[in-house]
Design a protein around this ligand. Structure first.
Ligand SMILES: [Zn+2]
Length: 323
């Protein structure tokens, strides 16, 4: 185990950020309130800055409730991974009930935030993810999900999970079955945000299903660094869930887009409704999108952009390759 002092600054910043969010959440819970997702996001971004540079778009904030943020992880080679992020609280309506408002439909809107999030992720050609603000371990002590756990460790014992990330196609998939513990299951499949910034974290070998392009196979099986490592982590839970779905693998590879790092992406959907590997890997690019630097420098965002998202954050994960 690498000691904290030896970890990259970026990792320590994300860890500090999670602790700051947890501390705020537990104070609000003690005062018998739920914390605001926007406040938690502000705390998070403030702690991670300057490792993550960010910019809020004012037009969006005037018109919407909640916030979708576009995150780009850019490593020292320039390879980049983008994801569209929506923040949600893990709520505890009663001692043993847990709720995440995935289906929230704002006043006047014709569709849920989850549907809008997935549509907006198509617009930006990146995967959609939920950042879950889950409180600290004391807050979650009665949380149990109905899924199997390695080493008999229930979800309530998970560490570092106060700020966690789950690909949004997972709650969308879970919703079809309407499990009574949907929130707990979504939490189960999430991973701590700070682990995304931790190059020392153990990497799973992800087993590709069916015949996939050799580059994809190697990517999934072998350890990765930089933006590729972040993208691979986003595939972890999806791959594990897909193995549990008893359906035939759809094998046809499809050329997706020449702008992507991998352009031959497997189209297998499993029961997710979307080709889950392609959904994630469309966010992986050989270089950052042209709009990033201009936006961070203060240029006006294009109208479609600031009407779709609350802002952008760019995480510079240089240093990852040292591990
Ligand atoms: Zn669990």
């Amino acid at each position: 185990m690498t000691s904290l002092a030896d970890r990259p600054d970026l990792y320590r910043a994300f860890r500090r950020a999670r602790i700051a969010v947890d501390r705020h959440a537990s104070k609000m819970v003690a005062a018998e309130h739920i914390w605001a997702e926007e406040t938690a996001t502000d705390l998070l971004l403030g702690e991670v800055w300057p490792h993550a540079r960010f910019r809020k778009f004012t037009r969006w904030q005037e018109r919407h409730v909640g916030a979708d943020w576009l995150w780009w992880w850019v490593d020292s080679t320039g390879e980049s991974f983008g994801m569209l992020v929506q923040a949600k609280n893990l709520k505890r309506p009663s001692a043993r009930r847990w709720h995440i408002d995935f289906d929230y439909t704002p006043d006047g809107a014709t569709q849920s935030q989850l549907t809008t999030l997935l549509m907006t992720s198509d617009l930006f050609d990146v995967p959609a993810a939920h950042v879950l603000y889950c409180g600290n371990q004391t807050y979650r002590k009665s949380l149990n999900c109905s899924l199997r756990h390695e080493n008999d460790w229930g979800c309530h014992k998970r560490a570092r999970a106060g700020v966690s990330v789950v690909p949004s196609i997972i709650p969308k998939y879970l919703k079809q079955f309407g499990p009574s513990d949907l929130a707990a299951q979504a939490f189960h499949w999430s991973l701590p945000l700070e682990d995304f910034a931790d190059p020392a974290r153990d990497q799973r070998r992800l087993r590709p299903l069916g015949r996939v392009h050799p580059d994809i196979k190697e990517f999934m099986l072998e350890p990765q660094v930089g933006a590729r490592r972040i993208a691979k982590m986003m595939l972890e839970s999806l791959t594990a869930m897909r193995i549990g779905q008893m359906s035939v693998v759809q094998r046809a590879d499809t050329a997706y887009s020449p702008d992507l790092l991998f352009d031959q992406l497997p189209m297998d959907t499993g029961h997710f409704d979307v080709p889950y590997v392609a959904h994630v890997l469309r966010g992986l690019r050989p270089e950052p999108p042209h709009y990033l630097e201009e936006l961070l420098a203060g240029d006006l965002p294009e109208r479609w952009m600031d009407e779709s998202i609350a802002g952008i954050a760019v995480v510079s994960s240089a240093g990852d390759e040292m591990m």
